[in-house]
Design a protein around this ligand. Structure first.
Ligand code: GRF
Length: 203
């Protein structure tokens, strides 16, 4: 399945997806990587893997919608069938989501619907929850609000900081993001309204 990935930062989830493709556990073809930032770790990792990259700097556009129109053109040119957000720090507008006629998937470092938005790990530490985790979900028009494909819990330990919790969650992210995408592309993700069921068939 022809897949594009959007990432804004260091790109460790992008790297996990690239490696899952390379070792044969994830049957997608990453055909393009885009970023809204220059010279990110994500772009460097994509280039190292031989994947074409494009930068869509918001400052180059008169308004956000123009940037998203360009993103859609870029995805059409690349005949994209699946879009994965891997630390993409911009919310995609409702017009983009409406026009994208392919699934859009995101990973978020909390057990949604708890702690959506920025600094999810900091929010979890400050709130004092004993369990947090990460969520892979389909993207809808809201903020981190789409149907949930997979989640996994991670303990919040006494003395945790935002950084230590983020690191513990990240290890799990790198495992469940490729796994959730694998289930989706193998047709094992069945959606009824906002509820997603994982089908337990072989393969
Ligand atoms: C991850 O924690 C992801 O859940 C969130 O942004 C972070 C991206 O990290 N959406 P990386 O760029 O994949 O290393």
């Amino acid at each position: 399945m022809r897949t594009a990935i959007l990432a804004s930062g260091r790109g460790s989830n992008l790297q996990a997806l690239i490696e899952a493709c390379q070792n044969g556990s994830l049957p997608i073809e990453i055909v393009a990587v885009g970023s809204d930032q220059l010279e990110t770790g994500a772009l460097k990792r994509a280039e190292a893997a031989g994947i074409p990259t494009r930068v869509f700097l918001v400052r180059d556009y008169p308004h956000r919608q123009a940037q998203e129109e360009d993103l859609l053109i870029w995805m059409r040119e690349n005949r994209v069938e699946l879009l994965l957000l891997a630390g993409y720090m911009r919310v995609l507008g409702s017009e983009f989501i409406r026009q994208a006629n392919f699934p859009v998937v995101n990973i978020h470092p909390s057990l949604l619907p708890a702690f959506p938005g920025l600094h999810a790990q900091r929010q979890a530490v400050e709130y004092g929850v004993k369990v947090s985790g990460c969520t892979v979900h389909l993207v809808d028009e809201g903020l981190d609000s789409g149907p949930i494909i997979l989640q996994e819990a991670v303990p919040v330990l006494p003395g945790d900081t935002e950084e230590s919790l983020a690191q513990r969650i990240l290890v799990v992210e790198h495992r469940i993001y490729p796994e959730a995408v694998r289930l989706l592309v193998l047709g094992k993700v069945e959606r009824t309204g906002r509820r997603v069921q994982i089908l337990q068939k072989e393969g």
